[in-house]
Design a protein around this ligand. Sequence first.
Ligand SMILES: CCCCCCCC/C=C\CCCCCCCC(=O)SCCNC(=O)CCNC(=O)[C@H](O)C(C)(C)COP(=O)(O)OP(=O)(O)OC[C@H]1O[C@@H](n2cnc3c(N)ncnc32)[C@H](O)[C@@H]1OP(=O)(O)O
Length: 192
Amino acid sequence: MTKPGQSWPPTDTEPAVPHEDAPAPGSKLGVHYSHCFGCGDEVEAGLHIQSSVAEGPVVVSQFTVTEAHQGAPGLAHGGLLACAFDEALGSAVGNLLRKPSVTAKLETDFVRPVPVGSTLHIAAELDGVSGRKIYVSADGRLDAADGPVAVRARALFVTVGFEHFTTHGDKDALHKFGVSDKERPKDWDINP
Ligand SMILES: CCCCCCCC/C=C\CCCCCCCC(=O)SCCNC(=O)CCNC(=O)[C@H](O)C(C)(C)COP(=O)(O)OP(=O)(O)OC[C@H]1O[C@@H](n2cnc3c(N)ncnc32)[C@H](O)[C@@H]1OP(=O)(O)O
């Protein structure tokens, strides 16, 4: 998406201001969908990422690499690491801005190998908003919040209407996300 040295975000943006109903710093974030490969508790070989809100427009997540996540023997698969970042970045966008949004572009830099048994500490920060476009980036550190950086990611999310999920996915998507028609206009900004 961006070459080394190119500025980020790649366009003029407004600051990303958390929604007034966004969970407060310190809040633990629950599973957004039990069958989500990133966070769902009903996906046995999933990533089981756990996230919470930090200070600033930041969400911190932990992902522990298991044998189910290998590429090379004893090492995490790069595509699964990208998946972990998609989830962590999406969690920051969805929970802080409370706008239904999807990943349009995801860029990852793999800086160090990530062994099975290690825990990635991912800090995802909202970098700016330009209309429907939300720019967000993250660092993943090995085994501690101040450990060495193993993976970096940058992404563009694009805000969509809830019909994106009900039209292209499951007609009961809203219900499965735990978003009721009644709360939707108040709690979710769907007309950016
Ligand atoms: C999941 C949300 C749940 C919500 C409710 C519960 C919340 C719980 C809280 C939180 C947890 C969430 C955790 C989830 C984590 C995982 C997220 C994923 O993996 S999502 C699946 C993968 N992504 C897709 O399947 C998208 C497929 N693509 C599309 O549907 C479309 O292409 C879409 C919507 C991205 C854009 O299509 P258009 O027709 O609506 O809009 P156009 O005009 O094409 O794009 C808008 C702007 O974005 C730019 N843009 C679009 N794609 C771009 C790209 N690849 N690179 C650069 N710019 C791009 C365009 O140039 C345009 O910019 P200009 O307004 O003209 O300045």
